[in-house]
Write a protein that binds this ligand. Sequence first.
Ligand code: NAD
Length: 353
Amino acid sequence: MKATIAVLPGDGIGPEVVGKATELLSVIAEKHGHEFVFVEGLIGGIAIDETGDPLPAETVRICEEADAILLGAVGGPKWSDPTATVQPERGLLGLRQHFGLFANLRPVKTYPALVEHAPLRAELLQDVDILFVRELVSGIYFGERREQGDGDASFDTMSYSRGEVEQVANVAFRAAQGRRKKLCSVDKANVLASMRLWRRTVVEVHEEYDDVELEHLLVDAATMHLLTRPGSFDVIVAGNMFGDILSDEASVLAGSLGMLPSASLRADQFGLYEPVHGSAPDIAGQGTANPIGMFLSAAMLLRYSLQLEAEAAAIESAIDAVLADGLRTADIAGAGDNSVSTDEFAAAIISKL
Ligand code: NAD
């Protein structure tokens, strides 16, 4: 197959891990007889420096002409002045909105090889394999807000329409059908009107997926259940803010932020793929970043946008194999254990393909 991939390295460790991901994808292409064309664009802080705009029109054009987008990370101390008129994060939010990427998929898995260094007891972490589906372009982050002139009162609005809930619920139910057929919907239906609509709509959509078992949890209870019975969850669907918070909480289950991938999808095959972590300014330029979150994002790109399941699975197996061999980047090495550089770690994974 021939596919065009828009590549947006961004800031900090973004370019370090994106460079390794295009190497990995080139090897996949060569081994499986595909042709991937990478077209690079600016986003985030570096785009502000070079063009004054965190999402230049040229970058949007590159993405529009591509089959999928691969992104590193945006932001960093250089651009973090909250009073600045443009922020790097606007580049990412702009992309999500421009392409209507309403469903954010974040898989969280524990690796047997890493369990001994995890912050939770090993027995709680057996078989943790959760897929978060977070609504990404509505809810409280996009509702009406006002900061009153005197600074003494402000408000934000959490609002959802039936259609917005339906489309993300459909993504979550379909994902559950392809996995262990269990969906947990998280809301705050006991207090918030928008969340009562959320629950009613999820129940209605469930009628089309009677092979999937549906559970509802209030968000406060969900935070506890995630730590006390993480292995019992399959797919979790939540609104924008609750999904944001819960998926970050769950990232500790995987051992390091550097291990986690994400996909932001719309209803067709198009999507934006990026690691969950940010630009990690504290380790940028040191060649120590963990490329796994980025590599697993590339695997999701192959799976969801290009329908190349075997190729995606090959990347995941290569990562499992390298971890089982005992190789570690600094973020996942135990105290006193040796660690290797991004280059060595990425090369080891690529050589397993
Ligand atoms: P961060 O994810 O960049 O870093 C948090 C911690 O995790 C740091 O100690 C970092 O060294 C470590 N870490 C992250 N990724 C790693 C990797 N691949 N390998 C090894 N260690 C890794 O979050 P932060 O420090 O809160 O934010 C830094 C900047 O990134 C900020 O400007 C923030 O706005 C931005 N950010 C961007 C995104 C994005 O682009 N999607 C997401 C989150 C934060």
